[in-house]
Design a binder for this molecule. Structure first.
Ligand code: ZN
Ligand code: ZN
Ligand code: FE
Length: 758
């Protein structure tokens, strides 16, 4: 065969900058492997902005290298940006990993906590491996990150692993660029890592292997506290009614559903319906709780999720969970380790006293948790994941916004399901779920969380956004800050801006914000709002008709109160009503008639509550939104009948449900099934919503509609509204990065306060 003499192709040298989640995820060894496999010379290193590379080769080789750099990056890497610049070739040979450069402005991202990878799982289960059944096995592709990092750069001394000195064998792996554990900061083994302990309620050690003994205890119907990645959980076998009921009563948690962990996807299929998107979510490295439609005959006790057609299911995400799930061979409840609404316990010294009244024993260990982080909860909506609680596995991955924040910003969030958000450049870091800001402990972790995010992301807010509600602790905190500009942001404006921001929208949109409670600019409690909104401001174009909300918080706990208000609004002050004790009804009737201790509200949540009460479904709730969830759950599938509704007022229009209330009362008294009533109500609210959006679109020529607020966790309502809007040729935007509930508010506040785009 003839050989053409090859004319030498000139070498080029590129300087490459890679930004994103590229540290602590095995990126440098990946680059090293890529370069050496391609026979390219150069170097790679970390700095405060990400990874820098110098790479030398022919143009074709460099193109292939750059393509692979993005296309084959390690599983945990998230590449935001790659910049290249041609520099002069050196003709050097070999490829080196060079020392980190610590100076410079911090722009590095921190990886979220990540589920045990397949390689580590195989080792965990391999009797021949030196980490066989080691509950802390991890590598650069998996393991704890966000919850153990005290400060950046991400280096072992700045993590909660600082107290564990690596043994010689672990150090060899840690220092070998060819090893899966190269620079995996939490790397350890049974000889040098943290250790498990099983202790009783008094802190006394229980003899035997901790995992096997804990499994025996669960199998015998006990309740176990387990130290996880972001805090303590409480566990009980899911099919044991007495164990689950005991857990429920000791936790003082009456009806809120418990999540269930099961060993693998096959086990999950026995619990609920799993499509491709659900399977992807369940097995993703984020490992959230995924809400599934409960399978008929799912092997779980009734007390796991009373009155709920869905079931929250998750797969093991830490090595310890894998061991428990495999040894137990049965689904087990894994719920946050707390009493009632307190935050989840995460420090060893507080866990025992707080949980000893609930757990029979504690499976714990000595690797500290730096940041308390709950399990995330998602639901698949139209093939896409919607976060309902965004926490472990997601945080602190930033949301990239449409344009750089002109100034560093802090959004303080609202009150319930609270989160905060710090933003700089084009990145918005929405915090982990912190909880309801109503007790000292939650407030404390909120304040500490803000300080932590400011430090690790080097963001020093010049503008601080807060809710308009004067009594929210988040508002009070914002008003206490000195030396910053403070911006009050209307609650539902923030909801819509949040949906816009995560969808990368600018300009103006039609925003539908449906939720339970949000302080309005007129002092009323809003919650059924149709806005024309942009980051620079909003106009309220329509809202649900105001009704008086009698008795403050009691009106949220007792759906019969808004029901009575709707009845009096529809039929007059003397409307007959018997859903509560007569003396209570008398008092509330007087309050409503006289306008005493009653605030006007356009809350969509209260409308749901009222209908649930009128349908005889529920007169008291144990958590916000319970009646609405149950109304959704019973709504007859396939029923297309619609209650009438009406419009009042000039601008903003009032969307009224008097005709609907009349029909509901008639239906209920003539014995129409509750499921039918619920369906007709859902259909009416959806039809009315679509009609209002259509009118606004007609007047403004806006075509984009953003849907936000806690009510849009209602799948039936959401599905009908989306279909109706699309049928009218409108473009619909939903949440997929942050929750539609108040957990997403902080992002919208930040976008508005920073005047992301006027
Ligand atoms: Zn791994
Ligand atoms: Zn070791
Ligand atoms: Fe809200």
């Amino acid at each position: 065969m003839d050989r053409q003499p090859l004319s030498p192709v000139p070498s080029n040298r590129l300087r490459v900058r890679v930004e994103g989640v590229v540290q602590g995820v095995g990126f440098r060894p990946f680059v090293h492997g890529l370069a050496t496999a391609g026979g390219l010379s150069g170097l790679v290193g970390n700095d405060t902005a990400g990874v820098f590379i110098e790479i030398e080769g022919t143009p074709g080789e460099l193109d292939r290298f750059l393509a692979a750099l993005e296309g084959e990056a390690p599983p945990l890497a998230v590449i935001d940006r790659v910049e290249t610049e041609v520099i002069s070739a050196t003709g050097g040979v070999g490829f080196a990993i060079v020392e980190s450069e610590p100076a410079g402005e911090r722009q590095t991202l921190i990886s979220p906590d990540t589920a045990t990878c397949d390689d580590c799982l195989a080792e965990l289960l391999d009797p021949g491996d030196r980490r066989f059944r080691h509950p802390f096995i991890n590598c650069t592709n998996c393991g704890p990150r966000f919850t153990i990092i005290r400060d950046v750069p991400y280096d072992r001394p700045l993590t909660t692993m600082s107290g564990f000195a690596m043994c010689a064998e672990c150090r060899r792996e840690y220092e070998d660029p060819g090893d899966r554990r190269f620079h995996a900061q939490p790397v350890c083994c049974p000889d040098c890592g943290p250790s498990l302990r099983l202790i009783d309620r008094d802190g006394a050690p229980i003899a035997g292997d901790p995992v096997s003994t804990a499994v025996q205890l669960l199998a015998a119907g006990g309740v176990l506290a387990v130290k996880g990645v972001g805090g303590y959980h409480l566990a009980a076998l899911a099919d044991r009614e007495p164990a689950v009921t005991a857990l429920r009563s000791r936790k003082h948690r009456e009806d809120k559903p418990f999540a269930v962990m099961v060993a693998d996807l096959d086990g999950a299929r026995a619990l609920g319906t799993i499509g491709a998107a659900e399977a992807r979510a369940l097995t993703s490295p984020r490992r959230p709780i995924v809400l599934l439609r409960r399978a008929a005959g799912a092997p779980v006790a009734a007390a796991v999720a009373p009155g709920n057609r869905s079931l929250g299911v998750m797969l093991p995400y830490s090595p310890l969970h894998h061991l428990l799930a495999r040894d137990l061979r049965a689904p087990f409840v894994l719920t946050s380790g707390n009493v009632s609404d307190e935050p989840i316990a995460y420090r060893d010294e507080e866990a025992l006293p707080r949980l000893r009244g609930i757990a029979d024993a504690f499976l714990t260990h000595d690797r500290p948790i730096h940041i308390r982080t709950d399990d995330s909860v998602i639901r698949v909506v139209g093939g896409r994941e919607t976060p309902l609680r965004r926490s472990r596995g997601f945080v602190p991955q930033p949301v990239t916004v449409v344009r750089a924040f002109p100034r560093p910003v802090l959004g303080c969030g609202a009150e319930l399901k609270s989160t905060f958000c710090v933003g700089k450049g084009r990145r918005a870091f929405v915090s982990h779920h912190i909880g309801d800001l109503e007790n000292y402990e939650t407030l404390q972790s909120y304040v500490e969380g803000i300080e932590h995010f400011m430090r690790v992301f080097d963001i020093h807010p010049e503008v601080v956004a807060h809710d308009l509600h004067p009594e929210y602790l988040s508002t009070k905190l914002a008003l206490d800050l000195d030396g910053v500009e403070r911006v009050g942001v209307q609650h539902h404006h923030a909801h819509i801006a949040s949906c816009m921001a995560e969808n990368g929208l600018a300009g103006e949109v039609i925003g539908v914000a449906f939720d339970g409670t949000g302080y309005g600019t007129d002092g009323a409690i809003w919650g059924g709002e149709f806005l024309v909104a942009g980051y620079g401001g909003f106009h309220r174009r329509a809202h649900l008709r105001y009704i008086p909300l009698a008795g403050g918080d009691a009106a949220v706990r007792q759906p019969w109160r808004p029901a009575l208000a709707y009845l009096m609004d529809t039929f007059g002050a003397g409307a007959p009503f018997e859903a509560a004790p007569p003396e209570h009804i008398r008092v509330v009737r007087r309050m409503i008639a006289a306008g005493v201790n009653s605030t006007s509200t356009s809350s969509c949540g209260r409308l749901f509550d009222a209908v649930a009460s009128l349908a005889g479904l529920r007169q008291e709730v144990n958590f916000e939104g319970q009646a609405a969830i149950e109304l959704e759950m019973i709504a007859e599938v396939g029923c297309a009948e619609v209650y009438p509704y009406g419009f009042d007022g000039e601008g903003p229009w009032e969307l009224g449900f008097r005709p609907a209330i009349e029909s509901i009362v008639r239906d209920v008294s003539s014995g129409v099934a509750r499921g039918r009533v619920a369906a007709k109500f859902h259909n009416a609210l959806a039809a009315a919503t679509v009609e209002v959006c259509g009118r606004i679109a007609g007047e403004t020529a806006l075509r984009r509609v953003c849907l936000s607020g806690g009510t849009f966790q209602n799948m039936r309502l959401l599905g009908s509204i989306v279909a109706g809007l699309r049928a009218r040729g409108l473009e619909v935007f939903l949440h997929a990065r942050v929750p539609p509930n108040d957990g997403g508010i902080a992002l919208g506040q930040a976008a508005i306060a920073a005047r992301l785009q006027p």
